[in-house]
Structures are given as C-alpha cells and as structure tokens.
Design a protein around this ligand. Structure first.
Ligand SMILES: O=C(O)[C@@H](CO)OP(=O)(O)O
Length: 204
C-alpha cells in the first residue's frame, strides 16, 4: 500500500528569512525566531485539523525544519524522522545575495533547455532528483507523510511532481511558500494534484 496524500510544509521564520538573504548550507544550524516557533505551533494545529491518517513526520537535516516539525510531531503523537535529500537548494555563488536578486537578476540562473541552476551550487533538477528519491522511500509506506522542508527545495519538487514548466514557475514565484506554509498534494490517476495550496490559506 502506498500513500495517496502528501503534506509539504516550509519551516518557520529564521533570522536569515527576516534579513531576506540567501544563506546556503552555512545556515544548517540556524534556529527559528520566536515568531518562527509560534508559526510552527500554528502549523501543528493546521495539520492536526486535517486529520492525517497514520501520520509520519519528516524534517530535513537542518535545525530549522526539525524545530518546526517538533510541535507537529508532538501534537500528532509521533516522532520526527530526519530525512536526507529534502534539504535546501545550495545557492552556490549566490550565497549571501538578497532574495530580491531572484527577481532582478533571475536571468543569470536560466540555462538552456528550460533549466534553472545556481552557479557553483545546485540546479532545480538536482534538487528535484534528490527530493523525489527521498519521497519515493517515504511514499512506499502506508499513512500520510508530513514533510518539513525549505523554500527552494519545495519549489523544485513541486515543479517536478506537478510537471510544471521550470523557468516560468521560478520566474512567477508560483510555488514559493512563505514560512510555515502548508501544501497538501493528492495522488490522482493522472499524477499529483493540489488538495490545499499554501497560498490559499497563508498564515504568514
Ligand atoms: O536558503 C535560504 O536562505 C532560504 C531561501 O528560501 O531557504 P529556507 O526556506 O530554508 O529559509
């Protein structure tokens, strides 16, 4: 039996998010702000209200997703499992640049064949590959996986799962989730589709 429902959340606010700076892997141990902890508690209540069947809570290898997942797991009465492969996209040479550069200098990231790639870092395809591999393991078990991940990683995997155009999706910010945004995907005969989309119910 495999999962037909998938919950994807972004972690709560960090000081890097407040500054609006791409932090990269250096931010592995960044912690949530007080606001971020409050967002995590709200997220936990939102997820519990969805009554996930046999929930399993997963966080990335970064502290901020684990801190966000903790109240979720506590409310659902399950442990947090650390899942490799769902960590944030490596922005490479773009580390330290403001989020606003993703708008003003986005063309620097666009390669041939509808690709988006950070020079010296990872591409959307790299991240979607590793995220999807991690998901395949999780989805092969019964129950409802709840994945707490990151902004760029979630954009990358949503593009893959929903078969969306890569460049247009990044350029339009279509799949960007705010802190503690929650998205529900449902498996249909023709593939994954939105159940609840974060931007329809933003607490942020
Ligand atoms: O790497 C970062 O600086 C941000 C960008 O989205 O990621 P996160 O979602 O982990 O805050």
């Amino acid at each position: 039996m495999t999962s037909s429902r998938l919950l994807l959340a972004r972690h709560g606010q960090t000081s890097g998010n407040v500054m609006g700076i791409l932090r990269g892997a250096d931010s592995r141990h960044d912690e949530l702000t007080d606001e971020g902890h409050a967002q995590a508690r709200t997220l936990a209540r939102q997820i519990a209200a969805l009554n996930p069947e046999a929930p399993r809570v997963y966080a990335s290898t970064y502290t901020r997703t684990q801190q966000t997942a903790a109240p979720v797991a506590e409310l659902l009465g399950v442990p947090v499992t650390i899942l490799d492969g769902i960590q944030e996209i490596d922005p490479g040479d773009w580390r330290g640049r403001p989020y606003s550069d993703l708008k003003t200098s986005f063309d620097e990231l666009v390669g041939p064949d509808d690709s988006v790639s950070f020079p010296g870092g990872e591409s959307q395809r790299d991240v979607a590959d590793r995220f999807e591999m991690a998901l395949n393991t999780v989805l092969s078990q019964p129950g409802t996986p709840i994945i707490v991940s990151h902004g760029g990683a979630l954009i990358s995997v949503l593009i893959r799962l929903l078969r969306a155009p890569v460049v247009d999706s990044w350029r339009s910010d279509r799949f960007a989730q705010a802190n503690a945004g929650l998205t529900e995907l449902i498996r249909t005969p023709s593939g994954w589709a939105f159940g609840t989309w974060a931007k329809d119910s933003e607490q942020i």
